[in-house]
Design a protein around this ligand. Structure first.
Ligand SMILES: C[S@@+](CC[C@H](N)C(=O)[O-])C[C@H]1O[C@@H](n2cnc3c(N)ncnc32)[C@H](O)[C@@H]1O
Length: 277
C-alpha cells in the first residue's frame, strides 16, 4: 500500500492523464526474451489500472497483473472486459513484496513506477525494493527478465517542470527513489545479471496534461501525479500562488518551458533490464 498516495481517489482520474512511456523499448525487450514454442507469461507488478499491460499484451501470451489497491484494479478489469474479449490477463489483489504465485512461473516481470511507493525498514536501506525484487527472482524462470521502470535522481531534478515548486515533495521523492548504482548492485546481489538501462526521451508520464501549465491549480491533475501527495498544504498553496502570479503577468508558459528544457535531455524515467541467472 502506498503510505502517501490515496490510490482509491487517484483511480478516478488516473487514466485521464497518465500515459505509459518507453513502450517501444519495453516491447523490444519482451520480444527478444521470447523463446519460440513456449508460452510467454508476464507479471505486471504494481499494475495500477493496467496501462502497461494493455500496451504489451499483444506481444506476450499471458499476463498476471497484481496491485494492492482494489480501485486501481477495478479500473483495469473494466478496461479489459470492455475492449479485449480474448485478453489473456488475470488481475490479482496483493502485495508485490509477497507475491501469491508459486516459484518459477514467469518469463518476465515488470515494475512500472511502483518501487518508490514501498517502505524501507530503515531509512536508505530500500528493503521494500529488495523484497519485491527478491520475489520477482523467486517467481521467474531461469533466464527470465526483470524490467524496472523508475525515476533517477537526475530525472527528478530536471524531468518534471513543476517539482521545484514543491521542494518538500522533491526531497521526499529523492529519498524514496533508489539511486541507479544501488539498484543495479541490489539486482546482482539477488541473483540477476544486469544487462543495461535505457531512457526514453520522447513521451512524458502525464501525456498532454504534462504541458498544462495551469495543472498545479487543479486537484484532479495533482491527484494523478503522486509527488503532490508528498507536499504539505502550505507548499501547494504557495505553488498555486506562484502559478497564478505568472498567469497574471503572462509569463507562465515561458516559465514552464524554462524549467522543462533539460527534461528533453534527461527524460523522466529509466528502464533497468536484468536477467535471472
Ligand atoms: C504510480 S502507480 C503505477 C501503476 C502502473 N504500474 C502504471 O505505471 O501505470 C503505483 C501503483 O503501485 C501500487 N502499489 C503500491 N504499493 C504496492 C504494493 N506493495 N504491492 C502492489 N502494488 C502496490 C499502487 O496501488 C499503484 O497502483
Amino acid at each position: 500500500m502506498s503510505r502517501y498516495e490515496n490510490y482509491s481517489e487517484a483511480a478516478k482520474y488516473y487514466d485521464k492523464t497518465r500515459v505509459p512511456t518507453g513502450g517501444e523499448t519495453l516491447i523490444g525487450v519482451l520480444e527478444l526474451s521470447r523463446q519460440s514454442g513456449s508460452e510467454f507469461r508476464l507479471l505486471d507488478a504494481g499494475c495500477g489500472t493496467g496501462a502497461y499491460s494493455e500496451l504489451v499484451l499483444p506481444h506476450v501470451d499471458r499476463i498476471d497483473a497484481i496491485d494492492i489497491n482494489p480501485d486501481m484494479l477495478a479500473v483495469g478489469r473494466k478496461k479489459f472486459a470492455n475492449g479485449a474479449p480474448d485478453a489473456c490477463i488475470t488481475f490479482h489483489q496483493g502485495s508485490i513484496e509477497n507475491l501469491p504465485f508459486e516459484a518459477v512461473q514467469f518469463d518476465a516481470v515488470m515494475f512500472n513506477q511502483v518501487l518508490h511507493h514501498l517502505e524501507s525498514a530503515q531509512e536508505g536501506d530500500f528493503s521494500g525494493h529488495r523484497n519485491a525484487l527478491a520475489e520477482a527472482h523467486r517467481v521467474l524462470r531461469s533466464g527470465g527478465v526483470v524490467i524496472v521502470n523508475c525515476t533517477s535522481h537526475e530525472q527528478l531534478r530536471h524531468g518534471y517542470w513543476y517539482l521545484h515548486l514543491i521542494p518538500t515533495a522533491l526531497r521526499a521523492l529523492h529519498d524514496r527513489c533508489i539511486p541507479a548504482a544501488k539498484l543495479e548492485a541490489m539486482l546482482s546481489e539477488i541473483g540477476f545479471a544486469v544487462e543495461g538501462r535505457f531512457v526514453p526521451l520522447d513521451g512524458v508520464l502525464q501525456g498532454a496534461a504534462y504541458v498544462d501549465a495551469e495543472g498545479p491549480l487543479k486537484p484532479e491533475w495533482r491527484k494523478t501525479e503522486s509527488s503532490w501527495a508528498l507536499a504539505p498544504e502550505e507548499e501547494i498553496a504557495s505553488a498555486e500562488a506562484k502559478i497564478r502570479e505568472l498567469r497574471k503577468s503572462g509569463d507562465l508558459d515561458t516559465y514552464m518551458g524554462e524549467f522543462d528544457a533539460k527534461r528533453r535531455q534527461v527524460g523522466q524515467t529509466t528502464f533497468f533490464v536484468a536477467r535471472k541467472v
